[in-house]
Ligand binder design. Structure first.
Ligand SMILES: [Mg+2]
Length: 371
C-alpha cells in the first residue's frame, strides 16, 4: 500500500469498437444501425482501470493527442486534478461534444484505476447514499414493429420485473402523431396498469404539439415522464410544456459539463435533471451535476451506459433512477464480464469486486475492434 500511495498514471491506451445494433433503430430525430464504443485503459500502480464512452472514434485522437500527455504523471489518487487538466487542455479544441466524451471516458478509467489500486469497489470508494439504483427499461424505438415493441416491453416488465419503461415518440420529427399515440397505447396495454410508462421525443415536437400530445398521453395512457418534448436547447419551450402538462419534463443528456445545467435549472425548465456520465465529464463531473441539482431541490436521473453509471449513481442521495438502455445493455453484456443483473428493477454494485468490477472479454471484443 505504501508503494501504491506513490503511484502515478503511467499510460492511457485507447481502442475503438463498432458494434451493430440487433436491427435498424430510430427515435424522433435520428436513426442508426451501429454503436461506437471508445474504450480507455488507464495504467499505473500495477493496475489497469477501464472507462468508456459511446461516441465517435474521433475521441481516440483527442485522447491520444490532447489528453494523455496532461493526465500521465498525475497521482492516481488525484482524479479531479487530472479532470481539470483535461478541461484546460481542450480550451482551443472546444469543450462540448467529442472532447467532453473523451474526457469522460478517461475520468471513468481513472476512478476505476484508483479503486482497483486501493482494492475497493468503486461504489464504496465514492460512498453510497442509497441502497440500490432503480432502473427503467428503455428502448421502444420508432422503427420497431408492434411485435418487437411488445416483446421488448414484456422482457423488461415480465421477465426482469422492472416496474418502469420508456419508449420513443415523435416519429419522423413529429410527423406521425397518430402512430405515436397508437404505440403509447400498445405499450400501456402490454405492461398493464401498474408499470410506470415514460416517453422520449428526443426534441421532435413543437411546443404546442408537445402540450397537446402530452395531455392525451397523460390522461388516456397514464404516461408520467416526458423527455425532451421539445429541443433541450429550447429552455423556454421546456418550461412551457412543463407548465401546461401534468407529466414530469426531463432533459440534460447533451450536457457536456456541469455548468451546462445551470441555465436549465435557472429557467425551471425540467422536473428532473438527466446527466450522462460518459458525456458530462465523467464521474467527477456527474457528482458536480448531482450536487447542483440537489442544491435546487431537484432529482437526477442517469442517462444510458447503465453498468458504468451505477457506481456513481448510488452515491447521489437525490437519485431518481437510471436508464437501462437496450443498445448499451446488449453491448455491455456482450463485451464485459461483471455486469449487473436487472432483475427486480434495480442495480446494486457488489461489495467484493474492486473498481467497477468489469473486465473486457478480449476475444469477443476483438471481433468489433476498428482502431
Ligand atoms: Mg433521451
Amino acid at each position: 500500500m505504501a508503494l501504491a500511495r506513490e503511484s502515478h498514471v503511467e499510460e492511457l491506451h485507447v481502442e475503438v469498437f463498432d458494434i451493430p445494433t440487433d436491427q435498424p433503430e430510430a427515435d424522433g430525430t435520428l436513426s442508426w444501425d451501429a454503436t461506437t464504443l471508445v474504450l480507455v485503459r488507464a495504467r499505473g500502480g500495477g493496475c489497469e482501470g477501464l472507462g468508456w464512452t459511446y461516441d465517435t472514434s474521433a475521441c481516440k485522437a483527442v485522447i491520444d493527442d490532447q489528453l494523455a500527455s496532461v493526465v500521465c504523471g498525475h497521482s492516481i489518487f488525484d482524479v479531479p486534478a487530472a479532470n481539470e487538466a483535461m478541461r484546460r487542455a481542450c480550451r482551443n479544441l472546444g469543450g462540448p461534444g467529442v472532447a467532453a466524451c473523451a474526457i469522460s471516458a478517461v475520468d471513468i478509467a481513472l476512478w476505476d484505476l484508483k479503486a482497483r489500486v486501493l482494492e475497493l469497489p468503486l461504489a464504496d470508494l465514492l460512498g453510497r447514499a442509497v441502497k440500490r439504483v432503480p432502473i427503467y427499461g428503455s428502448g421502444g424505438f420508432t422503427s420497431y414493429d408492434d411485435q418487437t415493441t411488445r416483446a421488448q416491453l414484456e422482457r423488461f416488465c415480465h421477465k426482469w420485473s422492472i416496474p418502469r419503461v420508456k419508449i420513443k415518440v415523435g416519429e419522423s420529427r413529429g410527423q406521425a402523431e397518430r402512430r405515436d399515440l397508437e404505440r403509447v397505447a400498445l405499450a400501456r396495454k402490454t405492461i398493464g396498469p401498474d408499470v410506470e410508462l415514460f416517453v422520449d421525443a428526443n426534441g421532435a415536437y413543437t411546443r404546442k404539439q408537445a402540450i397537446r400530445l402530452g395531455a392525451v398521453m397523460a390522461a388516456e395512457h397514464g404516461v408520467s415522464w416526458f423527455e425532451e418534448p421539445v429541443s433541450s436547447d429550447d429552455l423556454a419551450g421546456l418550461r412551457e410544456v412543463r407548465d401546461q402538462c401534468q407529466l414530469d419534463v426531463a432533459a440534460g443528456e447533451y450536457g457536456y459539463a456541469p455548468w451546462y445545467f445551470a441555465p436549465m435549472i435557472a429557467a425551471e425548465a425540467v422536473d428532473c435533471i438527466q446527466a450522462d456520465v460518459t458525456r458530462c465529464g465523467g464521474i467527477t463531473a456527474w457528482r458536480d451535476v448531482a450536487g447542483l441539482a440537489a442544491a435546487h431541490q431537484l432529482q437526477i436521473s442517469g442517462h444510458c451506459a447503465p453498468n458504468l453509471h451505477v457506481h456513481v449513481a448510488i452515491s447521489a442521495a437525490n437519485l431518481r433512477h437510471l436508464e437501462y438502455f437496450h443498445d448499451h445493455v446488449q453491448i455491455e453484456e456482450m463485451l464485459f464480464d461483471g455486469t449487473l443483473p436487472p432483475t427486480g428493477g434495480a442495480l446494486v454494485p457488489e461489495r467484493q469486486a474492486p473498481g467497477h468490477g468489469m473486465t473486457l472479454r478480449e476475444n469477443e471484443a476483438a471481433r468489433y475492434r476498428v482502431a
